[in-house]
Design a binder for this molecule. Structure first.
Ligand code: ADP
Ligand code: MG
Length: 334
């Protein structure tokens, strides 16, 4: 049975439908991400799972038990917030022990479990420090240890890396994933950062306006987006619409095509192969970015496409900037 099951979940704040009908099963041990733009309802779903908000409609089950109306401390769930919420006057060890103390766990067990949690987040030598003497990344790991020490069935993380700079954030992404694998706890991770979700997750739910547009593995969500919204939000996409779509693809509609799925060459004479779409155009801009090169191409049929190529050697110069673009038909999503 799933670790978490959400059925017809809704939350209304006056007239705002923050969560507007969410159905979701998350199996035990999964690193599951909720990805979506700001205001799409991710935090509200998380707060309902934690018990900080009660649903307007629908149910929340944890391991088959309906917890929809239970208080937060009666749910086998812990939350890690972006702002850490550590006690500044306590040492790291005391911060991590605090939850166990409240639950009246004995002194020796408290100390051993806190040490174990600090070892898990690779801070075993920092127990005597104050949070103020630590870096942002270290504080984040203390917050994680403080949640793990309770051995919850489910850990909820709301943009936990949002306050960190990019380099540290990328390091923490890898570490957090490793820690999740080690402890085997179900993680529900909220982020608006698509790279983060793609890197870390077993599966991703893409949120839009209080609903889930798609649930799938990173590969499924990226390679086979269920809607133009998902294609646009997860990764960068070209949109081709109106008359240029009809001229190039042969049917009306709005199509999205990923820049790295388009091949570019100067071979204007040879048409599209089987299963391919192709269009001719002129290069209007070349952006050299080290490992990749991005070409902006104005299509002869109208419209503009961006093409990204791995940078194997020097950027190719095309005669008079004239090019042919080709992509496999299954890579243009309607
Ligand atoms: P996200 O985490 O995806 O950014 P939220 O769940 O925080 O989105 O918010 C979803 C919507 O619900 C937003 O329109 C937000 O303004 C609204 N909302 C969230 N919490 C409250 C609240 N306590 N009172 C009123 N509106 C809220
Ligand atoms: Mg949020």
């Amino acid at each position: 049975q799933p670790a978490i099951r959400l059925t017809g979940l809704e939350k209304h704040f006056d007239k705002v439908r923050a969560v507007d009908g969410v159905d979701l099963d998350i199996p035990p041990g999964e690193f599951f991400s909720m990805l979506g733009p700001s205001g799409s309802g991710k935090t509200t779903v998380l707060r309902m799972i934690a018990g900080f908000e009660l649903p307007t409609a629908g149910t929340i089950e944890l391991e088959g038990k309906d917890v929809s109306q239970l208080a937060p401390f009666d749910r086998d769930v812990n939350t890690v917030f972006q702002d850490y919420a550590l006690f500044p006057h306590m040492t790291v060890q005391q911060n991590v022990e605090y939850g166990l103390k409240v639950k009246r766990v004995g002194k020796t067990e408290r100390r051993d479990r806190a040490k174990e949690a600090l070892r898990t987040v690779r801070l075993e030598d920092f127990g005597d420090r104050k949070p103020t003497q630590m870096s942002g990344g270290q504080r984040q790991r203390v917050a994680l240890a403080r949640a793990l020490v309770n051995h919850p069935k489910v850990l909820l993380l709301d943009e936990p890396l949002g306050a960190l700079d990019l380099k540290l954030r990328q390091t923490m992404q890898v570490e957090l994933k490793q820690i999740q694998r080690e402890v085997g706890i179900t993680f529900v991770f909220v982020t608006h950062d698509q790279d983060e979700a793609l890197t870390m997750s077993d599966r991703i739910a893409v949120f839009n306006a209080g609903r889930i547009e798609q649930v799938g593995t990173p590969v499924e969500v990226y390679e086979r987006p269920a809607s133009a919204f998902v294609a646009g939000f997860v990764g960068t996409s070209n949109l081709l619409s109106g008359r240029s779509a009809e001229a190039v693809i042969g049917r009306p509609g709005v199509y999205s095509i990923r820049p790295e799925k388009i091949r570019i060459d100067g071979d204007l004479a040879s048409p599209a192969g089987p299963g391919e779409t192709s269009a001719t155009g002129s290069v209007t801009d070349v952006v050299y970015a080290g490992s990749t090169v991005r070409y902006a191409v104005a299509l002869d049929a109208g419209g503009q496409l961006s093409v990204v190529r791995q940078n194997t050697s020097e950027p190719t110069e095309f005669a008079d900037g004239r090019v042919r673009l080709r992509w496999r038909r299954e890579h243009s999503f309607r």
